[in-house]
Design a protein. Structure first.
Length: 391
């Protein structure tokens, strides 16, 4: 068996971006995300999503189609975030149809995660479990498959998350490369029985993304495949090549889709494609991995850019503090809006090191004003209001 195995992972995500929302908007309008139109209303993320669909997702799927048509061995692990799925259903269902076809043809599997793309695991375990169940329901409903690979937003990972995934019955949990642990082996998380750990091969993934994004040059996709194959040694099991598709929208360069197509088509000459599930079935774990802290695939390598500053801590405290009245309201739209604010992209925008459309303090004010509107809505007697309208 050729041991040069690649597990290709592609994250499909489109972040919620809060639009202008001042104190004067509280109690008046209840749309928090999206770009501001000429009338002053927000578009719910439509313009950002359609731009990403045109410049990233459509050409990406065109590349995958060409590669699959040329050789049928391509295997893809898709991470489909709740925000991406929700927006695709609203603005471009052809993307859903395309992914469904990949799954049906045996070329793709889909991971499970918290539907709100949140860090609820660290704040409200019951809320987290509910979000994971909701995401699984959506994956089954729209793609006809049951996820057996698990991940958390931004590939957050630690021993407690692994233990939860193990108890929940997942076969594999994904993470970024951790410390000095070799990412080209399957591992066993500490204090687990059956779940296996597959890490992102950070250096190889970053090199691939640099070429696909257009920020690196000098190699063709075929040449990169040859160099990548030469970087393997005979003992290594599998390399996790992770592509964050939405990041290609955030670069100044034009994505080099030809490079990606050449690489994917050339790889079977050197090795093979497998999914994390294949890896768990074919390889014994190399070593037990214990974590000293929660890791992520963010630049900081941890949670600092998500929960590290005072603005983020204050917002997250108040966000989860109002769960009870939101749940007691019985209003599905209110609950959905509250979960929109749980997306990691909302708190990421409050970090100075993150490239944002608004300064961190402005992002914080938008989020807090939106949260105050949710508080007011949760105090509204919706049952009485429905009765009045029906009369």
């Amino acid at each position: 068996m050729n041991q040069k195995a690649v597990s290709l992972y592609i994250r499909l995500h489109c972040p919620w971006v809060l639009g202008p929302y001042s104190i004067a908007d509280i109690g008046v309008r209840h749309q928090y995300a999206g770009a501001e139109s000429a009338s002053g209303s927000l578009d719910g993320g439509k313009s950002l999503f359609l731009e990403a669909a045109q410049h990233v997702y459509a050409p990406l799927f065109a590349v995958l189609d060409r590669v699959i048509a040329a050789q049928s061995t391509l295997q893809i692990t898709f991470s489909i975030s709740g925000p991406f799925l929700q927006q695709a259903l609203h603005w471009d269902q052809s993307l859903i149809d395309k992914i469904r076809a990949y799954v049906a043809s045996g070329h793709a599997i889909i991971t499970a995660e918290a539907d709100a793309h949140s860090l609820a695991f660290f704040y409200d375990r019951a809320e987290f479990v509910m979000q994971v169940a909701k995401h699984e329901q959506h994956i089954a409903q729209y793609f006809g498959t049951q996820p057996r690979v698990f991940q958390v937003a931004e590939l957050a990972y630690d021993d407690q998350l692994a233990a939860w995934a193990d108890a929940a019955g997942y076969s594999v949990i994904l993470a970024d490369q951790y410390g000095q642990v070799n990412p080209r082996f399957l591992h066993r998380p500490a204090r687990t029985q059956a779940v296996r750990l597959l890490m992102r091969d950070r250096q190889a993934s970053q090199q691939l993304m640099a070429h696909v994004s257009g920020s690196a040059s000098g190699l063709s996709g075929m040449e990169f495949a040859a160099q990548y194959a030469n970087s393997f040694n005979p003992q290594q099991q599998v390399s996790g090549l992770f592509i964050d598709a939405i990041s290609l929208q955030e670069t100044d360069s034009q994505p080099n889709w030809r490079f990606l197509a050449e690489f994917l088509a050339a790889w079977p000459s050197y090795g093979r494609y497998i999914t994390p599930l294949d890896a768990a079935e074919q390889f014994m774990p190399c070593e037990e991995v214990r974590t000293a802290k929660t890791s992520t695939w963010l630049v900081s390598g941890d949670l600092r850019s998500l929960i590290g500053n005072d603005l983020q801590k204050e917002f997250l405290h108040q966000l989860y503090d109002i769960k009870a009245p939101v749940q007691d309201s019985g209003d599905p739209q209110l609950q959905e809006d509250w979960r929109l604010l749980q997306s990691v992209d909302i708190v990421k925008a409050m970090d100075d090191a993150t490239h944002n459309s608004a300064p961190p303090h402005e992002a914080f004010l938008r989020a807090m004003n939106s949260l105050q509107d949710i508080v007011l809505r949760s105090q509204h007697d919706t049952t009485q209001d429905r009765t009045i309208r029906e009369v």
